[in-house]
Design a protein around this ligand. Structure first.
Ligand code: HEM
Length: 454
């Protein structure tokens, strides 16, 4: 790459204009991905804007994403949240954010250690251990479908949270409204707000955190405080219950129990904290993501009955009518796999991805991208992108790494192998045994709430 002096006057990519420094006040907070796609059509695959002195870059093309987030991953793997919070050296910061979750950690040695721990326990081989639990919960879910006690969305949420609490802590979740799954969802819901451009005003205007709660602006700092409390509860409560279960039940089995009984027996408090954060991160990461993907699948099947019929024909031919699939059947069911990939493309669980933050100025094409950009992407690069067309994935050499919904570069989703198993098993099992009829509302966007997640 040529050095700075050799370039012909690099400049920031185009984007909507705002006020200098203060930036643009029309930044969307409602379904922002729709606006980013519109901006992409107007300005190109890189859209730049500023807000309160911070630069944002929306990446709308796979080519640019690969170049910036993969090939320059050493510079663009940081996260915006804590990097800037570190600048606020207050007691509140130390109290609230001494709790670090992997997804929000700044890129560096601490992230590397915690990412390795997570990877060891959720890599492809380790993820196979969770399959019996996934099958047990999917079968339980199948028998609960149609019950009037809970909405379909709550049942799906209980399924995705149930799998994770069972796998990590050996704890049963009967209802997603119980305290522990609610705290895990709070972590995600609150992070979703915090990651949107514009929710970081108190970093540029620090005295906001001294505002009384009734004053406009104070809600941002209050949200951070609530998130700190939710993280703390998600880290400590299931851990405490698992410690009790390990003492009272000799048959107790869980990831936490396995890690705690591994050598060395007398673990340092730092090692124990890392295990605790890994557990909390896992239940928080799974809270909305797998739920969102499974709900998207139900929506797609209700809108595209021909796809459902084709899938059921494949299942009937390969397995026999009404027979439940096993993981060994996956390679013989290409159309079911194509449906899974289309679910992940059509409405990704995290439409904007998680923001990346660059630690140094970088260059791409003739654009100068100043240090400190948050980067997101929009995956609309397929023909008729709004249509649900599983066929587009058939005869492609796709694998889990081609699924853009799992993110990019060194921060790519570290729980993707387990998520992949879990979502595939749910899709295949539902199609093998149920007929999904129409949902009440035909406007697809109405099913997708505001913010980062479904
Ligand atoms: C539909 C299911 C899921 C989707 C679509 C998804 C998507 C993502 C995305 C987009 C990222 C950010 C990647 C980036 O920065 O480029 C991410 C990060 C992460 N995901 Fe997932 N995820 C899913 C399920 C899970 C599950 C079940 C787990 C836990 C077992 C998990 C654990 C994580 C963690 C820990 C990170 C942070 C990684 C880091 O910052 O180094 N995810 N995920």
């Amino acid at each position: 790459m040529p050095d700075k002096s050799q370039r012909s006057q690099p400049h920031c990519p185009p984007g909507p204009n705002g006020y200098w420094f203060l930036g643009l006040f029309r930044i969307p907070t409602v379904k922002p991905w729709l606006t980013y796609v519109e901006w992409g059509k107007k300005y190109g695959d890189l859209v730049h804007f500023t807000r309160l002195g911070r630069h944002y870059l929306v990446i709308n093309s796979l080519e640019a994403t690969n170049e910036i987030l993969d090939r320059q991953a050493g510079l663009t793997s940081d996260r915006p949240v804590h990097t800037e919070l570190d600048d606020i050296d207050t007691v509140e910061f130390i109290l609230l954010f001494s709790c670090y979750l992997l997804a929000q950690m700044p890129y560096g040695d601490e992230w590397r250690v915690n990412r390795r721990l997570f990877h060891q326990n959720f890599r492809p081989l380790a993820s196979i251990d969770y399959r019996p639990i996934e099958i047990k919960h999917v079968h339980k879910f199948l028998s609960s479908i149609g019950s009037l006690e809970m909405s379909l969305k709550d049942q799906v949420s209980a399924l995705s949270q149930g799998v994770m609490f069972d796998s990590v802590y050996g704890l049963e979740i009967y209802n997603n409204k119980e305290e522990m799954p609610t705290h895990a969802r709070d972590v995600v819901d609150l992070s979703e707000l915090i990651l949107l451009p514009g929710w970081d005003a108190f970093k540029s205007i620090p005295f906001i955190r001294f505002f009384p709660s009734w004053l406009p602006g104070s809600h941002q700092w209050i949200t951070y405080k609530k998130m700190g409390a939710a993280i703390q509860a998600t880290k400590e409560d299931p851990w405490g219950q698992t410690m009790k279960a390990m003492k009272s039940d000799e048959n107790h089995s869980s990831l936490i129990a396995k890690l705690m009984s591994e050598k060395p027996q007398n673990k340092s408090s730092q090692d124990i904290e890392s295990i605790k954060y890994m557990g909390a991160q896992a239940v928080a990461a799974a809270a909305d993501t797998t739920m969102s993907a499974v709900c998207t699948f139900f929506l797609a099947m209700s809108l595209y009955p021909n796809v459902q019929q084709k899938a059921q024909e494949e299942l009937d031919t390969v397995l026999g009518h009404g027979k439940l699939p096993t993981f060994d059947d996956r390679s013989s069911l290409p159309y079911i796999d194509a449906i899974y990939q289309e679910v992940m493309r059509w409405h990704p669980a995290i439409p904007l991805g998680l923001p990346h933050f660059s630690i140094k100025d970088i260059y791409y094409r003739n654009y100068y991208i100043p240090k400190g950009k948050a980067m997101t992407h929009d995956g609309a690069r397929f023909y008729n992108p709004d249509q649900f067309i599983p066929e587009r994935h058939l005869n492609q050499k796709n694998n889990i790494n081609s699924i853009l919904a799992y993110g990019f570069g060194r921060r790519v989703c570290v729980g993707r192998y387990m998520a992949d198993d879990m979502i595939w098993m749910t899709i295949a099992s539902v199609l093998a045994t149920k007929n999904i009829s129409s949902l009440p509302n035909e406007n697809v966007e109405d099913y997708f709430t505001d913010g980062t997640f479904w």
